[in-house]
Design a protein around this ligand. Structure first.
Ligand code: NAI
Length: 242
């Protein structure tokens, strides 16, 4: 039996990059996938690709910063697939600006997209996973969310927030015997449109592929990681300096 057989996964920001690679991989492993994003046309293409491969998927329009969208998305997952087993909080944005050049509104906007989103996703995800009787949440942070970065203070702070939100939620779930595991992945430079615009070639020792991150997410979401919770999995080809 495949790792994701008879499981349902909701992935945010799944119309491109890491989210898309994760949706395709989890579907290949047997999951029914809720592909969610801001962009329905691109998202629908991912759904069609999954269906061509013989998988099951639906597109759900979900702006991760809007709580009403989260409630509606979870209700749709319940209608379509009856329960949720895996939530991947992947959607995010980058701000390649140093602290002195960052305006308050840029900071606030980035925090909304990268951190409020994970709070909302986790809150609504826990409610759905409790109903299922357990499951897994995987949050996409960054190496910058562990070590900081000299040029990207706001981005690093937002991803640092994701790191500790992950650990706190994992502790909460264990303390309350919820049977829900919560982990984060911390990619280095990933070859997506956003990654290419963010990292310069000089900073980059080695590009990861979105599929590399998808494999880590699959592992953390699956039963082989049954005793792993609250962990931070770094995937950066050795560039990370704690
Ligand atoms: P991407 O731009 O290819 O994918 C991001 C997706 O999120 C897009 O489809 C976009 O439409 C969606 N999105 C953005 N705002 C949204 C919102 N408010 N609601 C719903 N969807 C929204 O970028 P990539 O590289 O795949 O990024 C995915 C995650 O990986 C992000 O959280 C990013 O911070 C993180 N990451 C990326 C790295 C890289 O080098 N590419 C390195 C470390 C972390």
């Amino acid at each position: 039996m495949s790792w994701m057989e008879e499981k349902t996964a909701l992935i945010t920001g799944a119309a491109s990059g890491i989210g898309k690679a994760t949706a395709l991989l989890l579907a290949r492993e047997g999951a029914r996938v809720a592909v969610t994003d801001l962009h329905p046309d691109q998202g629908q293409l991912v759904v069609e690709e999954i269906q061509r491969q013989g998988g099951t998927a639906v597109f759900i329009s979900l702006d991760v910063t809007r709580e009403a969208d989260w409630a509606a998305a979870m209700a749709m997952v319940e209608r379509e697939f009856s329960n949720l087993n895996v939530l991947v909080n992947n959607a995010g944005a980058m701000l390649p600006k140093n602290l002195e050049d960052t305006t308050l509104s840029e900071w606030q906007q980035l925090m909304t997209v990268n951190l409020d989103s994970v709070i909302l996703g986790t809150k609504h995800g826990l409610k759905a996973l409790r109903k299922t009787g357990g499951g897994a949440i995987v949050n996409v942070s960054s190496v910058s969310g562990l070590s900081g970065h000299p040029l990207w203070a706001a981005y690093s702070a937002s991803k640092g927030g994701v790191t500790l939100l992950t650990k706190s939620t994992a502790l909460y779930c264990t303390k309350n015997k919820l049977n829900i595991r919560v982990n984060s992945v911390h990619p280095g430079a990933v070859d997506t449109a956003v990654g290419r615009s963010f990292f310069t070639e000089q900073e980059t020792i080695r590009w990861l592929k979105p599929e590399d991150i998808a494999q880590a997410i699959l592992f953390l979401a699956g039963d082989d990681a049954a005793f792993i919770t609250g962990s931070s999995l770094v995937m950066d080809g050795g560039q990370h300096k704690p």
